[in-house]
Every structure is written in C-alpha cells, then in structure tokens.
Design a protein around this ligand. Structure first.
Ligand SMILES: [Zn+2]
Length: 81
C-alpha cells in the first residue's frame, strides 16, 4: 500500500514473526522488508502480508526467518562449538 500523507515510512521491517514476537527490527530495505526478509519474500518464503509462508516446512529455516531481527536475538543465538 502506498504511503499516506503525513505518515512516515515504517522505519523497520514489516515482517512479523509467527511466534507472536515483535516486528523485525531491521531497517526496511525494499517492499517494507529488511534485506534478509526481502530475499525470503523473493524466494516465496514470506507472504506479501509480511508473514511466514505456512507452506514452508523446513523448521530450521522457519526458525531462522522468525528470529531474524528480533530484539532477543542475542539470547537466542548461542555460540556452538
Ligand atoms: Zn526483517
């Protein structure tokens, strides 16, 4: 949808995790998505409404997409040997 008068462009990615977490906090890159989620969108992993495609069955991939840009990133990504 086009930008309405007096409305600033969404400052962050409009992807919203299917886990019910906050919106992705990465800056918007194209189509309202951050670069990472825009690439996911181009692959068909995300729907135009900004949610994950339920047809995507790869759980690891879903997890990566869901957690990308989440404020809790640091606690979710633990260094593995
Ligand atoms: Zn994003």
């Amino acid at each position: 949808m086009s930008q309405e008068p007096g409305t600033k462009t969404t400052p962050h990615c409009r992807f919203r995790s299917s886990l019910g977490l906050a919106y992705c906090q990465e800056p918007a890159y194209a189509e309202g998505f951050c670069r990472f989620h825009y690439e996911c969108f181009l692959r068909g992993e995300l729907l135009a409404n900004g949610q994950i495609n339920e047809l995507l069955v790869d759980q690891d991939r879903r997890r990566t997409i869901n957690f990308h840009g989440q404020p809790t990133d640091e606690t979710l990504y633990v260094d593995e040997a």
